[in-house]
Design a protein around this ligand. Structure first.
Ligand SMILES: [Zn+2]
Length: 185
């Protein structure tokens, strides 16, 4: 009985020792593999960094050209400022007395054409003081841009006579005061 117990203990102790020997071996092996893995990685990493550096060195000139094209794209922002002066500038001429007329005998004395020889048109033709606003001058009244094409004996200074297609409309629009803008194109 005692020998049997000793044998079992021996076997158990041997197994334990062999297990103790095996585990460190596993641990060393694992450590060794880990080290070699780390070494392998650490050996590859410098290569990657080298290749990355070389790639970044090669790609460095590339980002410069996109940024250059970015500057080119920013160019139209400056060009956008150029069309702005092309837009009509409106300069206030102050408050005018606005009257209306048509091409009837009473309004125009039977003249079918304007002083400038054009056929008068509503929302277009205006009579003005030509000494101030020569023929062709663009004048804006209440959102409508008129062209100075006519003159009148009573149209002097800050007075504009707007052409209407009918005498009734000219009378209906009446006489009123409005701010007039000089439209420069
Ligand atoms: Zn009339």
């Amino acid at each position: 009985m005692h020998q049997m117990i000793r044998k079992v203990f021996l076997i158990a102790s041997i197994t334990a020792v062999s297990a103790m020997n095996l585990f460190p071996a596993f641990a060393e092996g694992a450590a060794g593999q880990a080290v070699t893995a780390v070494e392998a990685v650490s050996e590859e990493q410098p290569k990657d960094e080298h290749s990355k550096v070389s790639f970044s060195d090669q790609s460095n000139p590339a980002p410069v050209s996109p940024s250059d094209s970015g500057y080119v794209d920013a160019g139209p922002g400056i060009e956008k400022k150029e069309p702005e002066p092309e837009k009509p500038k409106e300069i206030s001429l102050g408050i005018f007395k606005i009257t209306g007329y048509c091409n009837c005998e009473q309004c125009s004395g039977g003249h079918n054409l304007t002083y400038s020889g054009t056929v008068p048109a509503p929302n277009h033709t205006v009579s003005a003081d030509l000494s101030r606003y020569p023929l062709g001058t663009k004048l804006k009244v209440n959102g409508t841009v008129y062209t100075v094409e006519d003159k009148g004996s009573s149209v002097n200074g800050n007075i504009l006579d707007i052409f209407y297609s009918t005498h009734e409309e000219a009378v209906a629009k009446g006489t009123y005061n409005a701010e007039v803008f000089l439209v420069q194109e």
